[in-house]
Structures are given as structure tokens and as C-alpha cells.
Ligand binder design. Structure first.
Ligand SMILES: Cc1cc2nc3c(=O)[nH]c(=O)nc-3n(C[C@H](O)[C@H](O)[C@H](O)COP(=O)(O)O)c2cc1C
Length: 194
């Protein structure tokens, strides 16, 4: 059971509102992952696609988040759209996108970012910035004149939500909170106290 059309429309409507209100990075979401033993970590990633299957972002599977998602395939994400006074939170399971989808997205990235995906061993210690730039030069030489393939450790993840909450700022802290929850294959809609 995927995300309902009603919820996707509401998300898209709020996303557009954020953009026209001047939100500088409306695709940015704070992604929380866990090792399953109680350690929770968070960081910002960019939303790259949304359909009934969920919210897609791309990252390195060797990173802290990548290792945590392998151990505990669940995540939470929060969008803050300050300019329009909206927050969207979601909680759900995570899975990798298909290799075809990851390849298709990787091929649209600019060459510098493609090189960077190979050069950066994300989240591991780095001796110096120079060491990273040296690695970039090595990758550039290796793929000189050739198409750069997607690194096997760089892919997309889709968060398939089981709950999504839309929070809208209102006067006197009497904010609106609308929670959608997936239960027994049906999406419910409920208003929460602010
Ligand atoms: C605005 C913004 C967007 C970012 N987008 C991504 C992204 O889409 N994918 C990614 O792997 N890291 C992205 N980062 C970097 C992450 O926040 C983080 O530093 C990195 O992924 C390593 O995270 P980890 O060590 O917790 O796994 C972004 C950072 C910022 C500030």
C-alpha cells in the first residue's frame, strides 16, 4: 500500500507554497536513522523524487546513515519550510531503489558530482583536504574521456511512510497538525493538539 493521492497532492501543494514563499532549499529534509540499539543520528539530505512508493534520496551506503539503514531499515525525516510556516514529518521503512533508477539519476548529475561520489569515502576520516583533491584528480584521470559509472556504494533509498504529519503555523501557537497514518492498508486522517 503506497502513499495516497490525497497525501501526495497535499505535500506537493505545500512544497510549491514553500518555494514561492522563498524557501531557499525546500527539498532539504533532516533524516534520522538508528543502529537499532538506541543510537539515533540525523543529518540533512535532499529529496529527489516522490511518488506513491515514497520519498527518495541518494547517498553512500558506506556512510553512517547507510550502515544504520542496513542494520535497521527504518527512518524518520522532517522538512522545515520556515518561509511558509510549515513542517512535514514522516516515519517509515527504508529500502534501496533499483539499480536502474539509481543509474538513471546518477547519469543526470554533473560530472564533478559524479567524480565526487567516487572520490569521497563518505563519513570516514580524511587526512587532509589535499588528499581528497588528489583522489578527485586520480578519478578524473581514470575516467578521462569516458562516461563515469555509478559507484556500487552510491544509490538511492526510498522512505515508504507509515505516518506523515503536516504542521502549519497559526496564531497564538494554536497550530494545525494533521496526521495521516497507514493502518491495515488504509490511510487515516486525524487532527492533533498543537
Ligand atoms: C543542504 C544539504 C543537503 C545535503 N544533501 C545530501 C544528500 O542528498 N545526500 C547525502 O548523502 N548527503 C547530503 N548532505 C550531507 C549530509 O548532511 C551528511 O553530511 C552526509 O551525508 C554524511 O552523513 P552521515 O555521516 O550521517 O551518514 C547534505 C547536506 C546539506 C547541508
Amino acid at each position: 500500500m503506497g502513499i495516497s493521492e490525497e497525501i501526495i497532492s497535499e505535500f506537493n501543494r505545500e512544497f510549491k507554497k514553500a518555494r514561492v514563499s522563498g524557501e531557499p532549499e525546500p527539498t532539504a529534509m533532516v533524516l534520522a536513522t538508528s543502529d537499532g540499539a538506541g543510537l539515533v543520528t540525523s543529518r540533512t539530505v535532499l529529496l529527489k523524487a516522490l511518488d506513491e512508493n515514497g520519498f527518495v534520496f541518494f547517498t553512500n551506503t558506506h556512510s553512517i546513515k547507510g550502515k544504520q539503514m542496513a542494520e535497521c531499515p527504518r527512518a524518520a525525516a522532517t522538512f522545515l519550510w520556515k518561509a511558509s510556516g510549515v513542517q512535514v514529518q514522516l516515519i517509515g521503512s527504508v529500502s534501496q531503489v533499483s539499480d536502474e533508477e539509481a543509474d538513471a539519476y546518477f547519469s543526470t548529475r554533473d560530472r564533478g558530482s559524479q567524480v565526487g561520489a567516487w572520490a569521497s569515502d563518505q563519513s570516514t576520516p580524511l587526512e587532509s583536504r589535499e588528499a581528497l583533491l588528489q583522489r578527485v584528480r586520480e578519478i578524473e584521470i581514470e575516467y578521462d574521456g569516458a562516461e563515469i559509472p555509478r559507484p556500487p556504494h552510491w544509490t538511492g533509498f526510498v522512505i515508504s511512510p507509515e505516518s506523515i504529519e503536516f504542521w502549519t503555523q497559526r496564531e497564538f501557537r494554536l497550530h494545525d497538525r494533521i496526521l495521516y497514518r497507514l493502518e491495515d492498508g488504509e490511510w487515516s486522517r486525524q487532527r492533533l493538539n498543537p
